[in-house]
Design a protein around this ligand. Structure first.
Ligand SMILES: [Zn+2]
Length: 273
C-alpha cells in the first residue's frame, strides 16, 4: 500500500505529518525539507527502510532520519511489519532557497597548504568521522534542542559563496556571535564523543552524541571544559565562545548531523519550541 503525504509548510518547517489511512503507519514529526530531521515511532519489531536502506530503530520503536542541503524532491520510507506486511510512504522534500553570494573580480590567489597541515587534517577529520559514526541507542533529541549560546545569529546553514565563478563549499553551521568567554551549553543531552582544544580549522571542538546518529558539533571554542566519554544534560556548560581555528571574530558554529548527513540546526531549534 502506498500513500502520498500532503505536507503543510510554515517557514519551510513542518510541525506534524499524518499518514492518512493505515493505523500501523507512523506519525512523523520534524521537517520534511532540505536540512530537516524527521522522526517517528513504529511498533517495536518493525523494520524501517529509507530509499531501500535499513534505518536504525530504537527498542521503543522510535527512529530518526535526516535530509541533506541538496536532497532531491522526494524520499521513500518503507515499513516491514513483524507479521510480514509492508507499507510505504513517499515523502515530499520541500526545496529551499539558500543565500548565495557571488563575488567576482577578486585577485587570483593560489593557496597551497603546507604538507604538515594535510597530515593533521587527515587525523582530525578521522576523529570527527568516528565521533559521528557511533550508534547509541538513546533518543535525547526527542526533548528538543536549545540555543547553545546567548548571542546574535551571524551565519546560516546552506549559505554559499561563489568566488570568481568558483562555488565554495556551503556553510553547514548556524553561527552565533558572542563575546569571547560567553558560556556554551549542550543543545541537548548525550555523551561527549570528541573534545579537543586546537583543531586546525575548528579550534576548540566538541561533538555530543544525542543518540541514533544525531550529533551536535560546536566549533571555534575558546575553552573546552568537558572530556570525551562524559555524559551531559541539556543546558550543561561545555566550554566558552572563542575565535579559535579559522574564524572571523568570536562566535560558536553549531552543526547538527544525522550520521554524516548535515542538518540545519535552526530547524531542530524551532521544532523544540
Ligand atoms: Zn560558521
Amino acid at each position: 500500500m502506498r500513500k502520498i503525504l500532503t505536507l503543510c509548510f510554515a517557514f519551510n518547517f513542518v510541525s506534524v505529518l499524518f499518514a492518512t489511512s493505515v493505523a500501523a503507519a507512523p506519525q512523523l514529526k520534524g521537517g520534511a525539507t532540505q536540512g530537516g530531521m524527521l522522526w517517528g515511532k513504529v511498533e517495536p519489531g518493525t523494520s524501517v527502510l529509507l530509499d531501500g536502506n535499513l534505518v536504525d530503530v530504537h527498542e521503543s520503536g522510535v527512529f530518526v532520519i535526516g535530509f541533506g542541503r541538496d536532497h532531491i524532491a522526494s524520499a521513500e520510507l518503507e515499513y516491514r511489519y513483524r507479521g510480514g506486511e509492508t507499507d510505504s510512504q513517499t515523502i515530499a522534500i520541500e526545496p529551499r532557497e539558500f543565500d548565495i553570494e557571488r563575488v567576482n573580480g577578486l585577485p587570483p590567489k593560489t593557496v597551497t597548504p603546507p604538507p604538515e597541515w594535510t597530515a593533521r587534517r587527515k587525523i582530525e577529520n578521522g576523529r570527527v568521522r568516528s565521533a559521528r559514526a557511533v550508534m547509541m541507542p538513546e533518543t535525547q533529541w526527542v526533548a528538543g534542542f536549545l540555543k547553545p549560546a546567548e548571542g546574535r545569529f551571524s551565519g546560516y546553514y546552506g549559505s554559499q559563496r561563489i568566488l570568481n565563478g568558483e562555488p565554495r563549499s556551503p556553510h553547514y553551521g548556524l553561527d552565533i556571535a558572542a563575546d569571547v568567554g560567553t558560556p556554551i551549553w549542550a543543545p541537548a543531552g548525550g555523551v561527549v564523543r570528541l573534545a579537543a582544544s586546537d583543531f586546525l580549522l575548528e579550534g576548540g571542538i566538541v561533538i555530543i552524541d544525542h543518540g541514533m546518529g544525531i550529533t551536535s558539533t560546536l566549533f571555534h571554542m575558546n575553552s573546552v571544559t568537558v572530556k570525551e566519554g562524559a555524559r551531559v544534560e541539556q543546558g550543561d556548560e561545555i566550554g566558552t565562545v572563542g575565535a579559535k581555528g579559522r574564524a572571523n571574530g568570536p562566535h560558536v558554529d553549531w552543526r547538527v548531523n544525522w550520521k554524516n548527513v548535515r542538518l540545519d540546526p535552526m530547524l531542530v531549534l524551532e521544532e523544540g519550541k
